[in-house]
Design a protein around this ligand. Structure first.
Ligand code: ATP
Ligand code: MG
Length: 492
């Protein structure tokens, strides 16, 4: 009862406040005496401005996390609690803006007009409020769209060592949403300001800010802000989801978020558990992941897709945070340092990557063409290992499998920040499936990928239009694709 009352931001004609006195200040955690009726998660205001949130209790004191970075607090100061959970502004005005975890603008574009106030730690929609995924989220990265397809409403973990191209794949997905009516949110947590600056430059250069919100929780922000940032990002997305829109959120990255929460917990004097993380670290991440989904039409029919990123050490996916996140998402994309160093970029090891629900929403044309890819690639990997021991006497069939495997590897290599449209991807995969790429060198395949699209755009543009509207390759269009391929191979 109290919870639901608190969740609705009521506006009484008078304000009831409880008063407390700060007894201890330790970094971002203060202890307060007084506040007899406050509960966990409740908002606390400081005398000189700024906000805090109740995070725990000792027998006599209340433990409060300070959210703002620029408040000075000292022992003996008064604090006030209102019967309210943390609510922050949301609205259309946030699109194109850079905000901190408290939704305050960090760019020079002036104040943001809020349309509503939403709870940062919202209750998630129940199972009956959701519907199964039904639409694909086009990432523009061929290997993902073909073998690890993502559906709108899905949570897909990007997992890999440092510098393996995780952020690049997430940002390319944002770049690919241009003109697709998907609102993107990039939430940066615990990273250096310079990493965020690079992402911002790229988003601006590619004109992606017009449909993107950036939530800044970089390492120089207060611990409270870094902890709050992913929940704020989810909250900003929820507003649009309730309006019936599709939202795509990147959390870069949750390893740093877990570190921050571990620090906060140690300051709260909670007993450290496995890998010194507090016992509720699973809860705080699953609480976040639950907010993704596809709402039923009565509730607006919007969706929220999550790309949480997690960094691991030396390819070890069994760490506490990474294995937790694997278990609470709908699949993972695994980035491999060895592939990255070999020049296979994006360095996605699709033997270890999986998407558990995305293929339900895949375009039929893509589904038909990509069905055998994983098997063919794994057979190729096996053959590669065998041929390292025995170099002569490969059967004709094995030779064919080797060539197909090499072609698959080549078509999946993709330049950064150059997302492909689904139609382009289907045409490339069609060429692969009929075997015309099997005997080409890697540079010839690269050239093919660029030129064939030009030919199709020039002479067969209606094919592209039909493919997008029907999502299938009709017999007539297959004929025309053969014709276009003929044209290309005659001219080289
Ligand atoms: P971090 O651990 O720092 O977060 P990350 O895994 O997010 O790293 P990125 O920052 O995305 O990795 O990429 C690392 C480097 O690899 C960057 O310099 C980027 O330009 C390069 N890179 C990533 N993907 C590609 C690609 N497909 N082609 C060429 N270069 C790439
Ligand atoms: Mg990164």
């Amino acid at each position: 009862m109290l919870n639901s009352q608190l969740n609705q931001k009521s506006q009484p004609s008078f304000e009831v406040k409880e008063k407390g006195i700060i007894t201890t200040v330790r970094e971002c955690i203060i202890k307060v005496k007084g506040l007899p009726s406050c509960i966990n998660g409740q908002l606390i205001e400081f005398k000189g401005g700024g906000q805090g949130m109740v995070l725990g209790f000792t027998e006599e004191e209340v433990q409060v996390l300070v959210l703002n970075s620029k408040v000075s607090l000292s022992t003996g100061d008064e604090v006030y609690s209102k019967a309210e959970f943390l609510h922050l502004p949301v609205g259309e005005g946030f699109i194109g803006r850079i905000v901190n975890a408290l939704c305050e603008p960090l760019d020079d574009l002036g104040p943001i007009q809020p349309q509503a106030f939403y709870p940062v730690f919202a209750e998630v929609p129940g199972v009956m409020d959701r519907i199964p995924v039904k639409e694909t989220l086009e990432t523009g990265t061929l290997v993902i769209d073909a073998v690890i397809p993502i559906a709108k409403g899905q949570r897909q973990l990007l997992i890999g060592d440092r510098l393996t191209g995780k952020t690049t794949v997430a940002i390319d997905t944002i770049l690919n949403q241009k003109g697709k009516e998907v609102i993107c949110i990039y939430c940066c947590i615990g990273k250096p300001q310079s990493s965020l600056a690079k992402v911002l430059d790229l988003l601006k250069e590619k004109e992606a800010m017009s449909y993107t919100i950036v939530v800044n929780g970089v390492a120089s922000c207060s611990m409270g802000e870094q902890y709050l940032a992913p929940y704020t990002a989810a909250m900003l997305g929820e507003y649009f989801m309730h309006q019936g829109k599709d939202v795509f959120v990147v959390f870069d990255d949750l390893t740093k978020h877990a570190w921050v929460y571990r620090q906060i917990s140690l300051l709260l004097e909670r007993v450290p558990g496995r890998e010194a993380y507090p016992g509720d670290i699973f809860y705080i991440h699953s609480q976040l992941m639950e907010r993704a989904g596809y709402l039923k039409p009565e509730l607006g029919g919007g969706s929220m897709t999550f790309f949480p990123i997690v960094e691991i050490l030396q390819g070890d996916v069994t760490g506490y945070i990474s294995s937790n996140l694997i278990s609470m998402t709908d699949g993972q994309i695994y980035f491999n340092t060895a592939l990255f160093n070999k020049g296979i970029r994006p360095a996605i090891d699709f033997g270890l990557s999986v998407s558990r629900i995305g293929n339900k929403a895949q375009w039929p044309a893509m589904k038909a063409l990509s069905g055998k890819l994983r098997l063919e690639y794994l057979q190729y990997q096996e053959l590669l290992q065998m041929t390292q021991l025995r170099t002569t006497g490969l059967s004709k069939e094995a030779e064919q499998q080797m060539k197909r495997g090499q072609a698959i590897t080549q078509i999946f290599i993709q330049d950064k920040n150059r997302p492909l449209s689904m139609e382009e991807e289907i045409i490339i995969l069609f060429a692969l499936s009929i075997g015309v790429l099997d005997n080409l060198s890697s540079s010839a395949i690269k050239e093919f990928k660029e030129k064939i699209i030009e030919i199709i755009k020039k002479d067969y543009s209606d094919l592209l239009v039909e493919l997008r509207s029907t999502q299938v390759l009709s017999d007539a269009n297959i004929e025309r694709l053969y014709e276009a391929l003929d044209k290309y191979f005659q001219n080289i």
